[in-house]
Design a protein around this ligand. Structure first.
Ligand SMILES: Cc1cc2nc3c(=O)[nH]c(=O)nc-3n(C[C@H](O)[C@H](O)[C@H](O)COP(=O)(O)OP(=O)(O)OC[C@H]3O[C@@H](n4cnc5c(N)ncnc54)[C@H](O)[C@@H]3O)c2cc1C
Length: 400
């Protein structure tokens, strides 16, 4: 049972005080240029700090250490963003995608095995995409063949965020090659230390290797690790994707409204070599004002989504609307940051780890912003979902 005050105003001031005393000081400087090992240790320590305070998984049910109301979650993420706390980058898939999937479709044994381990720091990766199966995910070709009480898995996954550090993988594999493509897929929990798993990092445009390829060569997965029914993994995967697209955006929107917008205002107010400031230009003032309004609208949208998710009243395309609005606004904000900062945007190329996109290095942040319009379904795919499931428009021709 959490010891946090239930009164909203008291809760806000208690969290603010907690942030003042617990957010690691000067972490941006300390996390710039550190070796991967130090970044992983830092992420682990910060997660455990939040956990000790019952703040790591506020969106989980109370019996598993969460149970915070939607309103309280909003306050928490507003305060963490205002305090410029590090992001939980490594635990992201574990506490959102994996946990939400297990809550919805896992067995009691699977929940009892994995949820406490996630709280202890178990890292997860999502093994959905393959070369040739990204937007058209149902075309995936990785196979899982049942032999008694185990599956033998063969295939190739790609763009798997955090795979290098992952302990477990949310894996989609084809268990019935004869069935229509969405019906022959199963959802498995794969121990990344199993023999036959080979992880190869992919270097990105930012210089990071945030994601990797996963090669699976005769990998054994116990049948007890099947989530939901065999051949019905497509439905389970929707729970994972819904978690990826919706509630996670609350924190990100709050961060965009804090550090993101603050840096934009600072960049606009900085004097150029000729003594002028971009902010003196009425067109810049106008664009800043428009961004402020859009960010305020995004924050309101995310809050409403969290409230609907907590009440179980989300519509079939709501998460897609939230993801689309966040990712495309983020792209335009960072684009404007590059434009306003001029050459300086291209010369500051050192990024603090643990910051996600919001590193303050505009060019890197702009490049990173594209990460959000692609994973979990690209913007084009979100628009199709909004059209078909949200607005009831006719289905895309040729879609199975
Ligand atoms: C930063 C990042 C992290 C990622 N993390 C993970 C991860 O952890 N796990 C994982 O499994 N995957 C991950 N992915 C993969 C991501 O989910 C896929 O890249 C994404 O689904 C797009 O698939 P694709 O790359 O195959 O592009 P394609 O499907 O080839 O699409 C290329 C372009 O065509 C458009 N397009 C395709 N089909 C249609 C259509 N029917 N209608 C309209 N437009 C269409 C797409 O929107 C896109 O713009 C990640 C990707 C990125 C960039």
């Amino acid at each position: 049972m959490s010891a946090w005050p239930t009164d909203p105003a008291e809760f806000r001031s208690a969290v603010r005080e907690w942030c003042r005393t617990h957010v690691p000081r000067d972490w941006r400087r300390a996390q710039t240029g550190v070796p991967e090992k130090e970044y992983v240790a830092f992420q682990h320590d910060w997660f455990q700090e939040l956990r000790r305070a019952d703040l790591a998984v506020p969106h989980w049910p109370a019996e598993w250490g969460g149970g915070m109301s939607a309103a309280a979650q909003t306050v928490l993420y507003q305060e963490l963003a205002a305090a410029d706390a590090p992001r939980l980058v490594l635990a992201f898939v574990a506490i959102h995608h994996a946990a939400s999937t297990l809550m919805v479709a896992g067995t009691d044994e699977q929940r009892a095995r994995h949820l406490p381990a996630i709280l202890d720091g178990e890292i997860w990766v999502q093994g959905f995409s393959e070369p040739g199966a990204g937007s058209d995910l149902a075309s995936l070709r990785t196979t899982a063949r049942r032999h008694g009480d185990r599956y033998v898995v063969n295939g190739h996954k790609i763009w798997a965020s955090g795979a290098v550090h992952a302990d477990w993988c949310l894996l989609l594999a084809r268990t019935d090659p004869q069935a229509p493509k969405r019906r022959g897929i199963s959802y498995l929990l794969l121990d990344m230390r199993s023999p036959g798993v080979d992880v190869r990092p992919i270097r990105q445009a930012t210089g990071d290797s945030h994601f990797a390829e996963i090669f699976l060569d005769d990998v054994t997965v116990p049948a007890a690790n099947l989530v939901g029914n065999e051949n019905e993994g497509w439905r389970v995967a929707q729970a994972t994707l819904g978690a990826e697209r919706g509630v996670t955006m609350l924190e990100l929107a709050e961060r965009l409204g804090n550090a993101g917008f603050r840096w934009l205002v600072e960049a606009c107010g900085a004097r150029r070599s000729d003594g002028t400031r971009p902010l003196d230009d009425p067109r810049v003032q106008e664009r800043l004002g428009a961004f402020e309004t859009e960010i305020a609208a995004l924050r309101a949208l995310c809050r409403a989504h969290v409230e609907r998710a907590a009440a179980g009243t989300t519509g079939p395309a709501d998460a897609s609307v939230v993801k689309l609005c966040y990712s495309e606004l983020l792209q335009r904000v960072t684009d404007f940051g590059v434009e306003i900062s001029g050459p300086a945007a291209h010369t500051v190329l050192r990024k603090p780890l643990s910051s996600g996109w919001e590193s303050g290095a505009w060019m890197l942040d702009f490049v990173s912003s594209w990460e959000w319009t692609i994973p979990g379904g690209s913007s084009e795919i979100q628009r199709t979902i909004i059209g078909e499931r949200g607005l009831g428009l006719p289905r895309e021709p040729g879609a199975a």
